[in-house]
Design a protein around this ligand. Structure first.
Ligand code: UDP
Length: 375
């Protein structure tokens, strides 16, 4: 009997890899230190209100990847959902991402698309070439006034540092639109799993060749009982933080309930630096096909991640990049272990990219196992 494969972490990466391996005939054991599956996209119904809560903050599925979209739909019905985010800045509510409505409202104008484009271009800082920092990216593409109103304070709260110290790539996630399209994402497919992400992950994991053990920490000495390990926990944690800790931001959620509709939308950002939270999420609006009288809301606060906190966003500033390179060098020497996912590779990954990479990793490993190659 060949030894089973061990997967550390029952989040999206672990579940997708586990399922692919199981379907290829491998026996798979999955452990997770938490008491639930689905990692940070875990959803659970609030008992009192029946509202489906995104326990670790909002997760909206969006992708351009046909195969990934088919994959998630194979396991769960996806309900139509369009992420429309609002932001409160200096006592007014605006629409995000920055679009024609935001621009016209902010500057008290009635620009048509071309006029708005020319106007915003006139606000752009001409001394910036190819932007390297978040701040440069903002000053180049939206100009100082919109940057200060919508991005500077929010980003300081979210990342705990000046936007001048952050990479431009963080802001490149957001479009600027010269139309009234206020869809936060530009992807072809977008939706919400009808019965939540945890149920979707449970269905992915539902296979005779897969066993799951919750509230079980991984220790490296476990690896001997298995033919291979897929590790989706924190990369530095695998090496017992011997070289130091990679920096993360963690989130605190302050829950409150409300009778009725608290804010009329799922996500309201708070751009001002003097409001300590970054945003308020009203979870029943993530399931607009359901009807609930009572509302469950989270005020979301971001801060540096301590040793006992949940890691959320990898920081990836220059100090972390140097430490990451050292851990990556170590990981390359580690026989029989593949590091996967947001924590295992220390990257800011959307759910669709996580699934894409998990499918690709599983398939290349299945081929290598079949050829008897060491990994
Ligand atoms: N951001 C901002 N103001 C906002 C929304 C976003 O300054 O109202 C910045 C912030 O730095 C954030 C980045 O833009 O980290 C990317 O936004 P996105 O919504 O992709 O962040 P997520 O919460 O999904 O990581």
């Amino acid at each position: 009997m060949p030894k089973p494969v061990l997967i550390v972490g029952a989040g999206l990466s672990g579940a997708v890899i586990g399922r692919e391996l199981a379907e290829a005939g491998h026996v798979v054991h999955i452990i997770d230190r938490r008491s639930h599956i689905a990692g940070n996209c875990h959803t659970a119904r609030d008992e009192a209100s029946g509202v489906m809560v995104h326990v670790y903050g909002p997760h909206i599925f969006h992708t351009n990847d046909d195969e990934v979209w088919r994959y998630v739909n194979r396991h769960m019905t996806f309900m139509p959902y369009v992420n429309r985010v609002k932001t409160t800045s200096a006592g007014q509510v605006y629409s995000l991402p920055v679009n024609l409505h935001t621009i016209n409202q902010f500057f008290d104008r009635t620009f048509r698309p071309d006029e708005a484009r020319d106007f915003i271009q006139s606000q752009s800082d001409p001394s910036i070439g190819e932007p390297v920092t978040f701040e440069d990216q903002a000053l180049k593409f939206v100009g100082r006034e919109l940057y200060e109103a919508f991005f500077e304070g929010y980003t300081r709260k979210q990342w705990g540092c000046s936007p001048a110290d952050l990479p431009a790539s963080i802001l490149k996630r957001l479009p600027v639109r010269f139309s009234y399209d206020d869809n936060y994402f530009s992807h072809l497919y977008q939706g919400m799993p009808e019965h939540g992400y945890t149920e979707m992950v449970a269905r992915i994991l539902s296979h005779d060749n897969i066993s799951i053990e919750l509230e079980r920490n991984f220790v490296r000495s476990d690896a001997g009982d298995f033919s291979h390990v897929f590790y989706s926990g924190p990369l530095d944690g695998y090496f017992d933080y011997e070289l130091g800790r990679l920096g993360y931001r963690t989130l605190d959620f302050e829950e409150f309930q409300y009778d009725g509709d608290y804010q009329g939308c799922a996500v309201m950002n708070y751009a001002d630096a003097d409001v300590r939270y970054t945003r308020v999420t009203e979870h029943k609006h993530f399931s607009p096909w359901e009807s609930h009288e009572r509302s469950v809301c989270y005020r979301e606060y971001s801060r540096a991640c301590g040793p006992d906190d949940e890691p959320y966003y990898p920081i990836r500033l220059s100090g972390e990049q140097a430490l990451l390179a050292q851990y990556v060098a170590r990981a390359r020497f580690e026989q029989g272990v593949t590091f996967v996912g947001r924590l295992g590779t220390y990257r800011y990954l959307d759910m669709d990219v996580t699934i894409r990479e998990a499918l690709d990793t599983a398939r290349s490993c299945i081929r290598a196992f079949a050829d008897g190659l060491p990994l």
